[in-house]
Design a protein around this ligand. Sequence first.
Ligand code: IPM
Ligand code: MG
Length: 370
Amino acid sequence: MSSSSPTETVSATIAVFAGDGVGPEVVAEARKVLDAVASRFGCAFNYRELLIGGIAIDTYGIPLRDEDIETARAVDACLLGAVGGPKWDDPDAKVRPEQGLLRIRKSLGLYANLRPVAVLDALLDATSLKPEVLKGTDLIVVRELTGGLYFGRPSHQWRERRGRAAVDTLVYHELEIERIARLAFELARTRRGKLTSVDKANVLSSSRLWRAVVSEVSADYPEIDLEHMLIDAMTMKLIQQPSVYDVIVTENMFGDILTDEASVLGGSIGVLPSASLGAAATSGKRAGLYEPIHGSAPDIAGLGKANPVGMILSAAMMLRMSLGLDDEASAVERAVFDTIASGLTTPDLRGGTATTSSFGDMVASRVAGI
Ligand code: IPM
Ligand code: MG
């Protein structure tokens, strides 16, 4: 990114992995909104369109090419739609779309996945939970993204005389736990000062290490109120009393499951954004990949029904966290919230009648100030 002094135009290069299913549809809306940001605030975004997931398997035979990882490494930030779909779901297939996503996370060292969940007043009645339970919910899950069961080896299936067997490996190293814990404590410092660390320390060795390391790191953050919770109890408390949580930190698989559950709080999985961040290099540059948490939703792909909010809010996170464009990010968030508050929603929220692109048009015109 070039200088952001007020007299100079900010210009950033963004890698765009639209991916599969509803991915391209929601990415198109985020780009529409970024175009509006560019014209209102006088910045320039250059896009590099790259393939990932099923579309990359169909085109190149693999879910992500080495040269595209290099491009992603070189740009200022990456946007990603979604990967996967029934076409590539054969359990015996050697190549799967999801491998592309895991590979880019691992290759760019994106160890911290931030998934904020804020319940908008306008959506308090949009879920099956009671409004009084939801009110005031504003939490962020920090999910460890490059360790645990997703990457541990061995991981394979075999046949033995008694039948088939399979193994996955849950391994965590102290340093992996320490860096994600520090990031979560730092984040809690900028928010309400409360951190909940989630594990399964009553059963798993990896969780006992997790708990010990998080407790050790807490010595550097005496002002943060740290609590440890077991994952099973957490899944219950999260929907019983969501508003008491601030920052929640957990390992990869628990974070995957917990954030799908958390999405119910926001009214629809379609509204949740995420940022996946790497460590800051000595140059200050930090890899960032921004994607909604909803996945490819093949059942509604191509129908104009996908909710672009998660993708658009992911683009806002990118503006703030990778490009340092705070005012621009806030303008996008305000435009999304005002559009929802005006009653316009896609069908996943209260059976709304907006299409993916009519919702995106409304957000873009609010950002542009029209
Ligand atoms: C997510 C998704 C991915 C994950 C899949 C698509 C590999 O569910 O980002 O939450 O499990 O991490
Ligand atoms: Mg998931």
